[in-house]
Design a protein around this ligand. Structure first.
Ligand code: NDP
Ligand code: 2IT
Length: 463
């Protein structure tokens, strides 16, 4: 982990005392949370942005404030026993980290993936605090999940797992308390099973307790598309600020899940040629442009793999097992799979190949070294906590519809999403500029999110 210097070279110098306090704080966070490398990384990325804020706003330097911000309000870890179709019992571990509720009920997704552990959930929950603050929609930060691997499991097995998971988690949730949604491995099917079990146990139709529900039973239009659409809208605004656009550009997308599929759709709508998609097995390069209906059929209906897509597409596509999708020369790259999937080597390759913008659909997909290189090369970089906020923003709109027993039309939610993404872009850009680092969206997102949440924490006293 590099020392605490800001990611971009243009950040004004700050007095040594503030920097050394942040360094001490970071060392203490590492000591108190051993082995949680992703959490350390997420905290570090924020702390490196804060020295100029503490200088300008001494109230935010109040002892204990950043210590509270980096310590979850509550961490829940529980056993999730379930039986597979052959009757064999499995035991997974469930997590919910309720990180910060200064701005509203804890809000954030659930991830089901074998790599999930406490450090991963804490990194995601920490990111979520800032992301949710940037939406301005009155939602706190939280995240949860399990080391359960849904891939290859039958619907019945996934249902039993979700029911067992919710049997424990339900006591911690509530529309005014904690409101989960989807993330990796948790989509519409899982939210349905989770909601069904919550309703059964509590005997309440409490639609606002989960978001990402089916539109026939309380879900919002556009929630499924919102993260991918939102990331492309954010990237489009970054390109516009540089006098360019998606029109006629070559775009690479990683992943082939919820965020990737809807990023591809929106980028195409804006005139781009999207030429890649991937999964943990490899990537496909489709020079004619990804055939979205075919990819959706394979991923959403058949729950298949990218290798199946390449096979069905025939000569038009080239499948590269275990390859790096970032080797493909593009104008815009949209990492949409998982954390740390775009490292320094990938960033160098992208820059050499002339990339103009990188916008994070996933959470923390670019490593700190990659981010630094992109900044130094003058590439427009959209940090996940701003660029992928469209998903949770439409989740907050789903909560509003549920509270008012309303159903808003697709076009209305889509318009609100576009306005929200433009607002988040402009907040990040304006904050970066105000702190002497124009164009550094990562700095702008960290500072704007930090100011909003810590102002609320200060007003609410030491809790
Ligand atoms: P999905 O489960 O729908 O898709 C995940 C995709 O990423 C799959 O293609 C998967 O491939 C790939 N992937 C996952 N883990 C790895 C890995 N370790 N290495 C390589 N590929 C991997 O998830 P989402 O699309 O919902 O989420 C993608 C990212 O976007 C995550 O970082 C998530 O936190 C973030 N995000 C999601 C939001 C949402 O609304 N869903 C909102 C904001 C951010 P495979 O099948 O091989 O595992
Ligand atoms: O990372 C994220 O923002 C999400 N997975 C969506 C969270 C939500 O509550 O909609």
């Amino acid at each position: 982990m590099p020392i605490l210097t800001p990611e971009a070279p243009a950040v004004p110098a700050v007095p040594r005392a503030r920097n050394s306090r942040l360094k001490d704080l970071y060392a203490e966070i590492q000591r108190r949370n051993p082995g949680e490398s992703e959490f350390h990384q997420a905290v570090h990325e924020v702390l490196v942005s804060l020295a100029p804020v503490l200088e300008r706003h001494p109230e935010f330097a109040e002892p204990g404030l950043i210590e509270r911000l980096t310590e979850p309000e509550r961490q829940i870890i529980f056993r999730v026993p379930w039986q597979d179709d052959s009757g064999t019992t499995h035991v997974n571990r469930g997590f919910r980290v309720e990180f910060n509720s200064a701005l509203g009920p804890y809000k954030g997704g659930l991830r089901f993936h074998p790599s999930v552990d406490l450090g991963v959930v804490k990194f995601l929950g920490f990111e979520q605090i800032f992301k949710n603050a940037l939406t301005g929609l009155g939602i706190g930060g939280g995240k949860g999940g399990s080391d359960f691997a849904p891939r290859g499991r039958s619907d019945a097995e996934v249902m039993r797992f979700c029911q067992s998971f919710m049997t424990e988690l339900h006591r911690h949730l509530g529309e005014h308390t904690d409101v989960p949604a989807g993330d990796i491995g948790v989509g519409g099917r899982e939210i349905g099973y989770l909601f069904g079990q919550y309703r059964r146990i509590t005997n309440r139709w409490e639609s606002g307790v989960l978001t990402g529900k089916g539109t026939a039973w309380g879900g919002s239009a556009v929630r499924t598309q919102a993260t991918g659409y939102g990331n492309v809208l954010f990237a489009a605004r970054m390109l516009e600020a540089r006098g360019t656009s998606f029109e006629g550009s070559r775009v690479s997308v990683s992943g082939s899940g919820n965020v990737a599929l809807h990023s591809i759709a929106k980028a195409r709508e804006l005139g781009a040629q999207v030429i890649t998609a991937s999964d943990s097995g490899g990537y496909v390069l489709d020079e004619k442009g990804i055939d979205l209906p075919l990819l959706q059929q394979i991923k959403e209906t058949e729950r298949g793999r990218i290798s199946d897509y390449a096979q069905r597409r025939g000569a038009a596509a080239r499948y590269v097992p275990n390859g790096s999708v970032w080797d493909v020369p593009v104008d815009v790259a949209l990492p949409s799979a998982t954390q740390n999937e775009l490292d320094a080597t990938a960033a160098v390759t992208l820059v050499r190949n002339g990339v103009r913008a990188v916008s994070e659909g996933a959470n923390m997909p670019a490593t700190p070294e990659a981010v630094r290189m992109l900044h130094q090369a003058g590439v427009a970089f959209g940090p996940g906590k701003a660029a992928n906020a469209g998903g949770v923003a439409v989740s907050a709109l789903e909560m509003r519809q549920n509270a008012g027993r309303e159903t808003w039309p697709f076009a209305e939610v889509e318009k609100r999403l576009a306005d929200l993404m433009h607002g988040i872009h402009d907040t990040c850009a304006g904050t970066a500029e105000a702190y002497g680092s124009p164009g550094n969206y990562a700095l702008g997102a960290n500072i704007a999110g930090f100011e909003r949440v810590t102002a609320a924490m200060l007003a609410q006293g030491v809790v």
